[in-house]
Ligand binder design. Structure first.
Ligand SMILES: N[C@@H](CCC(=O)N[C@@H](CS)C(=O)NCC(=O)O)C(=O)O
Length: 219
């Protein structure tokens, strides 16, 4: 059994999706970010960075792991699922997971902060992050021109990127002029486990989401 500490955000949903796709049994532990449950001494023992997601694998000597990209790779290696057919594909999958972890996630995160939550609307900063998100979306769109998925069949590379890219409207970035990216967003949205995963844990109402964002930027 896996204990899964999470909240209704894209980094948490990556793991909800992959656990659902893999049909792995897990116990969901909802972490209230607004209440700063991720900063308690008990939580910091699991993740000194004080963030979700975290897993504890009780079938592997209570192994504790944080950072969503590392968790995706761990679960892919544990099950042998959604991790390519050969060594080269696995490195390419890692490449696109890292593209998400170092680019899409941080840039969309900052676009959200300055476009949605920050009390002052600083146009140059908003433009900077939204333009960078758009540029990264263009890279994905090019890759998806001749590829149905990012690498071979559906993999953790798609899961990592999709969990963020699908929320593009919240970052104020359109994808209408990126047809291959739009096709891929719909392709993955049609997967029952992906649809289920983005609702685990269920989202609060809009007011709660905004408040939770404010709690995050106040640190
Ligand atoms: N690079 C980390 C980022 C994790 C992260 O930013 N988690 C956010 C939610 S998406 C969080 O826990 N925020 C609460 C906080 O910063 O206090 C990962 O991918 O796991």
């Amino acid at each position: 059994m896996i204990d899964f500490y999470t909240a209704a955000t894209p980094n948490g949903q990556k793991i909800s999706i992959v656990l659902e796709e893999m049909s792995l049994p897990y116990k969901l532990i909802n972490v209230d970010l607004r209440a700063e449950e991720q900063k308690t001494a008990e939580f910091l023992k699991m993740n000194p960075n004080g963030r979700i997601p975290v897993i504890v694998d009780h079938d592997n000597d209570d192994f504790v792991l944080f950072e969503s990209g590392a968790i995706l790779v761990y679960l892919a290696e544990k099950t042998g699922l959604f991790y390519g057919q050969n060594e080269k594909q696995r490195y390419e999958i890692l490449q696109w997971v890292m593209f998400q972890m170092s680019g899409i996630g941080p840039m969309m995160g900052q676009a959200n902060v300055f476009h949605r939550y920050f009390p002052e609307k600083i146009e140059v900063v908003i433009n900077r992050y939204q333009n960078e998100v758009k540029r990264l979306f263009g890279v994905l769109n090019s890759r998806l021109t001749d590829n149905e998925y990012l690498v071979g069949d559906y993999s953790i590379a798609d899961i990592a990127n999709w969990a963020w890219v699908r929320t593009h409207e919240w970052s104020g970035v359109e994808t209408d002029d990126l047809p291959h990216l739009s096709r891929w967003i719909e392709l993955i949205a049609a997967r029952p486990a992906a649809e289920k995963g983005i609702n685990i844990p269920p989202r609060g109402n809009a007011e709660q989401i905004v408040k939770s964002g404010q709690a995050i930027i106040q640190k």
